[in-house]
Design a protein around this ligand. Structure first.
Ligand code: ANZ
Ligand code: ZN
Length: 818
């Protein structure tokens, strides 16, 4: 009998492809299930353990769903534009297009060797003109709608990548890609108006089946803050400015106001005598990053402008300062300072000897930052902070000097990049007509191949004369093209839409088609995209909905983040540490199913963990053991010897483990809890191995049971199970009925679990190692046996000496080992 190996992998991969086993049925959309894994970035040419951990287990889930009758759509493609290919090109001289296409070819082969049910007919490659044509179309639609605009603004600049970055790409003040400290530059750049959708992006989080942590990260990133804007007039001047405050109930306690050093009013407000100090301070604050400026522990500094403002509630004059703890980019770039009730203002006032006046009663010491009761606030005295906020705003409104205001931390998405390897922004500048969008029929604006792309801070496309010079689509006069390229996150903000209609040459996608195929039912990928890709995609979906191109609100209803597979040393895998695992070698040795099963059994899916060679070997042994047991079961069936047709104790016991496995594998795999699902399969296998030692067997029952076992195994070890299925059920018909994946997923019969179940904990040396369900009327010996048959316990006691097994009926079993 052929032992499971890579030849079996190849054999079935070929057959599956020939018979189009997992072709998506476009005529059966009622049962469609759109399963999506984040597409890969073809930077290194190798599929690594992380890709595998994302794609392998999710494919297993999709296979179970197929057997459950779903019409599964599981596309794959490549997020192919971006910096790594360009940086690699700068290092080696290989053109980004050449290296990217080469990497894609290799990765496609590796992905095929995984044996996943990918719908390759719908492959998407974002750097291909027939894809980015539509990315450019998307940009033009957003532009038409006023959701794409160009403005001069202080933007994040990475001096090492030589390009601007979106706020989302700045992590703790450093470039997300290269960790270089990010600086600010005033540049004219393209933005997408994601802020128009801030409220909906926040509200709709509630309906999403997403990890709580990811939702809360988006929530925080959007940063909705409800407060008021209050207008302060400048004394002896026509000037005025507004502050944003969440504590308008403290308005009587304002003892000064602070403007951000960049606030455009600063120059006008600064009196002659203070000019040099203010200028020096402004210069100094340019050197601070926003993170530094927001630090709570950093000393608060500032300078007095020499001007005064009028507190609108009581007409009191307060000095106007500038200070870098006020950010120009948040609220109005100005704050009213209430030292008695705000930490930063308290520190500032203490340092510069400004008055500190309590206006909220509640706690003894100052600053008191909680809500309380208003005092020293004239007619508002005695009101609670909540009531006071409303009352004060009402009064300000009547005076036309304030109103309620909602602020967001979210900023518009900066999408232009001064780099080569991206989709050109389809805009033309004409001296007569100004900014002119490229007409749709002229798309794509192709990225030229021969370009000097070494980064020097300017857009490489500016140096490409054939690209730069063009004619104005409006007046036909000489004009030049936009030379920046799009952030690659624009490419990936809509790829899941294109997948569903990937071969459409007329449109980005057909609306009817998309409305039937989406939203994505299950999305799985890394958590690092929480505030980038996952936010951008939601925004683009909503924008396209509002333009009438689709009719759903959210792209991804259910989201899971897989964990991280670490190197054997428990560290993040990296080439420099030399702790990477090359899947291909393990697959050559053990077959891809063993690799996949190890990833699923060895780790909790959402947690991941450290790679272990021992771990994969033990899974290989498990697969060998299954193969032996399946082979001998099949031989027993084929021989027809010692057959009986009754269901006796041994049959009932095996039937119990069979249905126990059906029930639990189904529910555990459903929630991507593969490790426990496989543990149940192992137990089922143990029960099977026990049964085949029976002198007389019910062979019909055995064949049914065996069939169920292979079906349950099939999603997790697809090639191996297909082989086993075909050995047990030889089938030469021309259609797809040969395949175990064309059969129905088994359903469990509650009666088979005859006895009522209870859950008991199993301890080893006093520590809980597993929980199992057992029938409540098992006697002590039965409980012991069940505990020792649990796979977790088998693993934990392997090679150990079991000294004692203590059974506390109905509660737990404690196993003492040495
Ligand atoms: C007066 C006040 C009194 C404040 C008090 C707080 C406590 P969130 O929740 O993040 O929205 N603020 C407003 N704009 C700012 C800016 N551009 N840079 C730095 N700080 C700014 O925070 C809103 C609060 O942060 C506002 O409420 C303002 O200080 C400050 F007892 O106004 B508060
Ligand atoms: Zn023109």
């Amino acid at each position: 009998m052929a032992k499971y190996n890579t030849a079996i992998d190849k054999k079935w991969q070929q057959k599956w492809e020939e018979t189009k086993l997992y072709k998506f049925d476009e005529n059966n959309l009622d049962k469609k299930l759109y399963v999506l894994e984040m597409f890969s970035y073809p930077s290194g040419s190798q599929l690594h353990a992380g890709h595998w951990f994302n794609y392998g287990p999710v494919d297993s889930w999709a296979r179970m769903k197929k057997m459950q009758g779903y019409n599964v759509f599981q596309p794959m493609g490549f997020d192919a534009f971006g910096l790594p290919a360009e940086n690699y090109a700068i290092k080696t001289g290989v053109h980004p297009s050449d290296s990217t296409m080469q990497n894609i070819k290799t990765m496609e082969e590796q992905l095929k060797a995984m044996g996943a049910m990918f719908n390759w007919e719908n492959e998407v490659v974002t750097c291909a003109p027939d894809y980015y044509k539509w990315t450019q179309w998307l940009f033009l639609k957003l532009y038409e709608k006023g959701l794409a605009y160009r403005k001069k603004a202080p933007v994040n600049w990475c001096p090492s990548c030589n390009t601007v970055l979106a706020n989302e790409q700045v992590l703790d003040g450093s470039c997300e890609r290269c960790s270089t400290e990010v600086t600010k530059k005033d540049l004219t750049q393209w933005f997408l108006k994601i802020t128009d959708y801030a409220d909906e992006l926040l509200e709709k989080l509630d309906i999403l089946d997403w990890p709580e942590k990811t939702k809360s990260m988006q929530k925080h990133w959007i940063g909705k803050s409800t407060g008021a804007e209050v207008t302060f007039k400048v004394k002896d001047s026509d000037l005025s400015f507004s502050v944003f405050t969440t504590r308008v109930d403290t308005l009587y306690g304002v003892s000064y106001v602070v403007l951000a050093p960049e606030n455009p009013l600063v120059d006008q407000l600064t009196v002659e005598n203070n000019k040099s100090a203010v200028e020096a301070y402004k210069e100094e604050s340019k050197k601070q990053t926003e993170i530094e400026r927001q630090s709570i522990t950093r000393e608060k500094t500032g300078v007095f402008t020499g001007s005064y403002a009028i507190n609108p509630i009581n007409g009191r004059e307060v000095p106007i300062w500038i200070g870098d703890y006020v950010l120009a980019t948040y609220g109005t770039g100005a704050v009213m300072a209430v030292p008695a009730h705000d930490e930063r203002d308290f520190a500032f006032a203490t340092k510069y000897n400004l008055p500190i006046e309590r206006v909220i009663e509640g706690g003894e010491s100052l600053p008191y930052t909680e809500y309380g009761t208003m005092v020293n606030s004239e007619e508002f005295n005695g009101l609670s902070s909540e009531e006071g906020k409303k009352a004060v705003v009402k009064k300000l409104e009547a005076m036309n000097l304030g109103s309620e205001k909602v602020n967001y931390r979210l900023r518009d998405w900066l999408i232009s990049r001064q780099r080569y390897w991206g989709a050109p922004i389809p805009i033309i500048y004409c001296d007569h007509c100004g900014t002119v969008p490229v007409p749709e029929e002229q798309l794509p604006v192709e990225l030229p191949y021969n370009v000097e792309f070494a980064p020097d801070g300017k857009s490489p496309l500016a140096k490409c004369e054939e690209f730069l010079h063009t004619t104005c689509p409006k007046c036909g006069g000489p004009a030049h093209r936009e030379v920046d390229t799009l952030d690659t996150f624009v490419c990936s903000s809509w790829y899941y839409l294109r997948y569903a209609d990937a071969n459409n040459s007329e449109k980005a996608f057909d609306t009817d088609m998309i409305n039937k195929m989406l939203p994505v039912d299950k999305y799985v990928g890394g958590p690092e995209h929480a505030c980038m890709h996952l936010l951008y995609a939601r925004f683009i979906t909503k924008a396209l909905r509002d333009m009438g191109y689709l009719n759903f609100d959210e792209p991804f209803l259910s989201l899971t983040h897989q964990g991280l597979i670490l190197g054997p040393d428990g560290q993040k895998m990296s080439k420099s540490k030399g702790n990477t695992i090359a899947p291909d070698e393990y697959i050559a040795e053990h077959g891809s199913d063993v690799f996949r099963m190890y990833l699923m059994f060895g780790f909790a899916y959402t947690e991941g963990g450290a790679w272990s060679d021992e771990g994969i070997k033990s899974v290989a042994r498990f697969v060998e053991r299954i193969e032996r047991i399946l082979d001998s079961s099949r031989e027993a069936i084929e021989s027809g010897n010692n057959n009986k047709d009754t269901m006796d104790k041994a049959e009932k016991e095996l039937n119990y483990w069979r249905h126990f496995a059906i029930k639990n594998v189904t529910t555990d795999a459903e929630i991507l809890q593969f490790n426990t699902a496989i543990a149940r399969l192992m137990e089922f296998n143990n029960a099977l191995s026990k049964y085949i030692t029976e002198p007389e067997k019910n062979l019909t029952f055995l064949k049914d049971t065996l069939s169920d076992f292979i079906k349950l195994l099939a999603p997790f070890a697809p090639h191996f199970a297909e082989e086993q299925w075909n050995l047990l059920h030889p089938n030469t018909s021309e259609d797809n009925s040969y395949s175990v994946f064309s059969t129905a997923w088994p359903t469990f019969i509650p009666e088979a679990l005859i006895k009522d179940e209870i859950e008991i904990a199993i301890q080893i040396n006093g520590k809980i190692k597993a929980r199992i369900n057992i029938s409540s009327d098992l006697d002590e010996e039965g409980i012991k046996a069940a505990a020792l048959n649990s796979e977790e316990i088998k693993v934990a006691t392997e090679g150990k000496n079991i000294v004692k097994v203590i059974v506390i009926k109905g509660r737990l079993v404690n196993i003492v080992i040495k």
